[in-house]
Design a protein. Structure first.
Length: 694
């Protein structure tokens, strides 16, 4: 073993008869750190030097085979040996090398396995190349070896989605040679011994001519479809270029080109931004004061309200295997809600997204009633009714009498005061906000709102429950709209202001889509339903001039076929509407305003800079603890492009002094003091610092 590997004890080599077993033990996920790489190169060298060895097995201890690179090394000077050096050591081994896979062989881990002559997998293994999600591409041969095993179309789909596939699919595609039951080491050693007995050259399959018959025209057409969805991201285009090399270049040249593209992306701003989001996501729910707090178990759940949000929340728990009781005020509303849930599950089964048996099993976990007493045995009760404080307070007062003493009482409110709801109970320490995003069963973000009286174990349980149902929890404090919706309201104000200066909805939406949002703010408002925001504004005494006029004329978005845009019957495709253009022009005339041409750069700044300013206020108030928390909320809750890193990371990238100066300029022009730079932004901008210094 190398000196480094020996000290750390990360890679061991032992003999099982004539089979060398190289075992990696680098918990928690056997990341391919420099020490692991050094240990692998050394172990392979020693195995090659032993003439009695008929084959080599590479296996990992713990819960998974190598689950990727050590991304903490990204952005730092490359240390030898590199992952390509490990792969070269495998290829230099002239006896069969077998990768014994379990858990989640991902990224560099899968690339190591691809370099082996054979791969065997335990049942339940999931394999993938997720580099695209970090703004990268496979950099150690994945774009060349994977297509030679599974074909270009399958390889392109795996690399450009970054999603792992199950072992059975991998076996059927040719990525895995066998799925083995029982003890993985014993099965892999037996497979290796049989492979050695076959006495044929154990040539690695990354250099054969399987792709010789593939058509470049077909590849280009397939690639074009993928790249249309890239929205300004550099990594998908680089992945396509690397994959193209599998058809157009000798293998060694293609591998060199892939590596160069990988290193270029590692040094680029987009990957830095996506890596920031990766780490920020893991930090968002970490609170030092909860380090020793044990969350309570969640075995049964209850949801109050069977509407769109309530039904979606119920599905979250059912999908995670947790039985859930849905409570509604009347039989009609309950039936409509449960029917919508059933339609969703059975539709998913009909499309092949879920096996029919699984769809029915999930549906069976959801029960409905109009009797609030049915929540008495629930470990967590989530209120998801209409945003009316008095209604919610009445529900919490009733839950206080009915729910068991250790139940967690949560509200899905998107902006109301959690502390006021907690005071409706005699147990405010058990109350917490759990703000799901719509559609609740799809969106990954969950704002966990900590009230003034929320107990540590209540907060820890809410975080654990979020993770149990597959959500990304971000802990925030109490204020109107919390983090996400507080900043979203500012965005809405600026969008309306732009409309009244001459920009059209399609102009603003196009600018934000070019920036990287999946859709612009007005198309998103149409999708959600304009009436939702209208009701909230009326309750708060707020005005959105154009949106309010649309709602007053019955234009509520896609649901009515008219909103900021027109929608053909049964279509979700937004079409610009001349009537909306006329409505905006009439309102401008009434106000004495004159339309001007507004460029896309100004639109993006006008939409984002006031949001960033509000984010600075949120940080100064302690509503969010870290700039990364704000970024996670906006990336996963509102579609902020991950390759921009979230609003606060983006602000640092372009410079706070620039944002400060532009805000002052707009405040002077509009006489709107709310646009003045927040004190924190003013301070950091003046010092030449960014939010990351906090």
């Amino acid at each position: 073993m190398s000196e480094l590997g020996a000290v750390l004890g990360l890679v061991g080599l032992r003999k099982e008869g004539d089979i060398a077993v190289i075992a990696i033990d680098n918990p928690p996920v056997n990341a391919l750190s420099v020490a692991v790489r050094a240990g692998l190169v050394d172990a392979l060298s020693r195995a090659r030097a032993d003439a009695s060895m008929a084959a080599v097995v590479i296996i990992c201890a713990g819960r998974t085979f190598i689950a990727g690179a050590d991304i903490g090394e990204f952005g730092k000077p490359v240390q030898a040996p590199t992952t390509p050096d490990v792969i070269a050591a495998i290829e230099a081994t002239r006896v069969p090398v077998i990768a014994a896979l379990h858990g989640t062989p991902l990224g560099g881990g899968l690339e190591v396995a691809l370099a082996c002559h054979y791969r065997v997998a335990a049942p339940g293994t999931r394999l993938g190349l997720p580099e695209i999600k970090l703004g990268l591409i496979p950099g150690a041969g994945g774009t060349q070896r994977l297509p030679r095993l599974v074909g270009l179309d399958k390889a392109m789909a795996m690399i450009l989605s970054g999603d792992p596939i199950p072992a059975t699919e991998a076996r059927d595609a040719g990525l895995v040679d066998a799925i083995v039951e029982g003890d993985l080491t014993a099965a892999a050693v037996a497979f290796a011994r049989a492979a050695a007995r076959r006495q044929r050259p154990p040539l690695a399959r990354d250099r054969d001519d399987r792709l010789a018959g593939a058509l470049l025209e077909t590849f280009e057409a397939d690639a074009a479809g993928h790249l249309k969805r890239a929205r300004g991201r550099a990594a998908p285009a680089a992945a396509v270029e690397a994959l193209r090399g599998a058809l157009t270049l000798p293998v060694d040249q293609a591998l060199a080109r892939e590596r160069a593209l990988f290193l270029e992306l590692v040094a680029g701003e987009q990957s830095k931004a996506q890596r920031h989001v990766f780490f920020a996501e893991r930090e968002a729910a970490k609170l030092p004061e909860l380090a020793d707090v044990k969350p309570r178990d969640i075995r049964r759940a209850a949801v109050i309200g069977a509407g769109t949000m309530g039904g979606g929340i119920a599905m979250c728990f059912a999908n995670a295997g947790v039985p859930v009781q849905v409570v509604e005020a009347d039989d009609g509303a309950l039936a409509r809600g449960l029917d919508a849930v059933a339609k969703h599950y059975r539709g998913a089964a009909a499309r092949g997204v879920l096996p029919a048996g699984e769809a029915e099993a999930r549906l069976a976990r959801i029960a409905g009633t109009t009797d609030l007493a049915a929540v008495a045995d629930a470990d967590i009760v989530i209120e998801a009714v209409f945003e009316d404080m008095a209604l919610k307070q009445n529900i919490f007062a009733a839950l206080d009498r009915i729910a068991k003493p250790d139940a967690l009482l949560a509200t899905n409110t998107s902006y109301l005061d959690i502390d006021a709801l907690a005071r409706a109970t005699a147990r405010p320490e058990a109350v917490v906000g759990m703000h799901f995003f719509s559609p609740a069963h799809v969106m990954r973000l969950l704002e966990v709102v900590r009230g003034a009286a929320t107990a540590p174990d209540t907060l820890a349980t809410a975080i654990a429950a979020a993770r149990k149902i597959g959500k990304i929890p971000a802990v925030v404090g109490v204020c109107h709209g919390f983090v996400g919706n507080r900043m979203h309201r500012v965005r809405g104000t600026e969008g309306e202001r732009l409309l009244l200066e001459g920009a059209l909805p399609q102009d603003i939406d196009a600018a934000m889509a070019d920036f990287g949002f999946p859709m612009g703010p007005f198309a998103a408002a149409d999708l959600a339903g304009l009436d939702i925001g209208w009701r909230m504004r009326k309750a708060q005494g707020l005005i959105a001039p154009i949106a309010d006029l649309l709602c007053e004329s019955g234009r509520f978005g896609q649901k009515t076929g008219r909103g900021f845009y027109l929608y053909a019957p049964g279509s979700r495709t937004a079409q610009p509407d001349p009537d909306v253009t006329e409505l905006i022009a009439a309102e401008m005339t009434r106000r004495g305003a004159t339309a001007r041409t507004i460029g896309r750069e100004e639109i993006v700044e006008r939409v984002l800079f006031p949001m960033i300013n509000e984010g600075a206020r949120i940080l100064a108030e302690g509503i969010a603890r870290r700039p990364g928390d704000v970024d996670v909320i906006w990336v996963y809750g509102y579609g902020f492009p991950a390759h921009r890193g979230g609003p606060m990371h983006y602000a640092d990238a372009i410079g706070l002094a620039r944002i400060r100066d532009r805000l002052d300029e707009w405040a002077d022009r509009t006489s709107d003091a709310s646009l003045r730079p927040a004190p924190l932004l003013e301070q950091l901008g003046g010092e030449g610092k960014g939010f990351t210094t906090l």
